[in-house]
Design a protein around this ligand. Structure first.
Ligand code: SAM
Ligand code: SF4
Length: 346
């Protein structure tokens, strides 16, 4: 009698997450806290009411949720906030998720930060597997920096960047274009980034959440104008470079650096959207610019295995809308969505 052939057991791979418009969902952004040590004028009002701590998922629960998404085919995770690096014990979560890199399903783990805590954490981030960070800086003028962030200090952030450089972290600077505030300075920032070997992305201000006295019309500067202005100083060449995000990139011939434009208002970027956003309470937003969301906290807490959670994630992805409807003009003074950017982390 011949021995039965033992075939290798097929590893049951769950079907990937594909939305109704055939976009594969491979990128999860996680807002690990809605709290922040800054109060940027376009992001928050000075007197913010934050979520009650009791509503916020523990780091263990966030890790379980993120792991479930990686099991479902998510390949890129970005931790954001609020300010992710002010959450207590955040490095535990970073190290935990870092274990999914190098063959564990995850291809990239990144962080978006205001840089205030980077001097303390840069080396540890690298140690946990983070290779790139986005640092938000809208101006290199210390007084203006304080005016924009209300509570921030530019020198602390610059110290953080030094630490990132020493640790070998690749840095991309995010700058929100603000009419009459930093528009005259963006060319100098492009040069500064080029000199330091940083990529840079300019972002259009988005109408999210009430920010107090200022109106979006006052802040809004279309990037078509920014690009036209920069083109007078630099030779910008379109390139197909992609980081999995919505930015369209050019190279800046004079600096050799890369410059991205995120233009939700002047150029809708939804057709290639591969992402969903998880809040620190376990709410999943399928689109940054829409209110529809799914609660993942209840299925997460309802059982120790991930069957209910996976079903809830699939049901949510099946509702991902085609795109957002951001609009800023004098007739639309109210935010397009009521929640602040700090809830979903941008
Ligand atoms: N605190 C971190 C930081 O500032 O990088 C991470 C969270 S913050 C909400 C993520 C990004 O969203 C930052 O680059 C910030 O400048 C941007 N942002 C916040 N509110 C915005 C708005 N209303 N429109 C456009 N970008 C915004
Ligand atoms: Fe905080 Fe980032 Fe919002 Fe500024 S943009 S208030 S640093 S969350």
């Amino acid at each position: 009698m011949t021995e039965p052939t033992i075939l290798p057991r097929p590893t049951a791979r769950p079907a990937p997450l594909i939305d109704p418009f055939q976009r594969p969902i491979s990128y999860l952004r996680v807002s690990v806290t809605d709290r922040c040590d800054f109060r940027c004028v376009y992001c928050m009002s000075e007197n913010m009411t934050f979520l009650p701590k009791a509503d916020v998922l523990s780091l263990e629960e966030l890790a379980r949720l993120c792991n479930a998404f990686v099991d479902l085919g998510v390949r890129k995770l970005r931790l954001t906030g609020g300010e992710p690096l002010v959450r207590r014990n955040i490095m535990w979560l970073v190290r935990e998720l870092g274990r999914r890199l190098d063959g564990g399903g995850l291809e990239e783990l990144t962080v978006t930060t205001n840089g205030s805590q980077l001097a303390r954490y840069a080396a540890e981030l690298v140690d946990a597997g983070v290779r790139r960070v986005n640092v938000s800086i809208d101006t290199l003028d210390p007084d203006k920096f304080q005016a924009i962030t209300r509570w921030g200090k530019l020198d602390k952030v610059l110290e953080g960047l030094e630490a990132a450089d020493r640790a070998g972290l690749a840095v991309k600077i995010n700058a929100v274009a603000l009419k009459g505030v930093n528009d005259g300075e963006l060319a100098d920032m492009v040069r500064w980034c080029g000199d330091r070997g940083y990529d840079m992305t300019v972002i259009e201000v988005m109408p999210m959440g009430d920010v107090g006295g200022e109106t979006r019309v006052d802040q809004y500067l279309p990037l078509s104008m920014v690009r036209a202005g920069l083109s007078e100083r630099f030779t910008l060449t379109d390139i197909p470079y992609k980081t999995g995000g919505p930015a369209r990139y050019v190279t800046v011939e004079e600096t050799g650096g890369r410059l991205g434009f995120i233009t939700p208002l002047t150029h809708n970027f939804c057709e290639s959207c591969n992402r969903v956003r998880l809040t620190c309470t376990g709410t999943l937003y399928m689109c940054l610019g829409q209110d529809d969301a799914a609660d993942l906290r209840a299925p997460l807490r309802a059982s120790d295995d991930d069957t209910l959670l996976e079903a809830a994630v699939r049901e949510a992805i099946a509702r991902k809308p085609k795109g957002h409807d951001f609009i800023i003009d004098r007739r639309h003074q109210r935010p397009a969505v009521a929640r602040h950017m700090s809830v979903t982390g941008g």
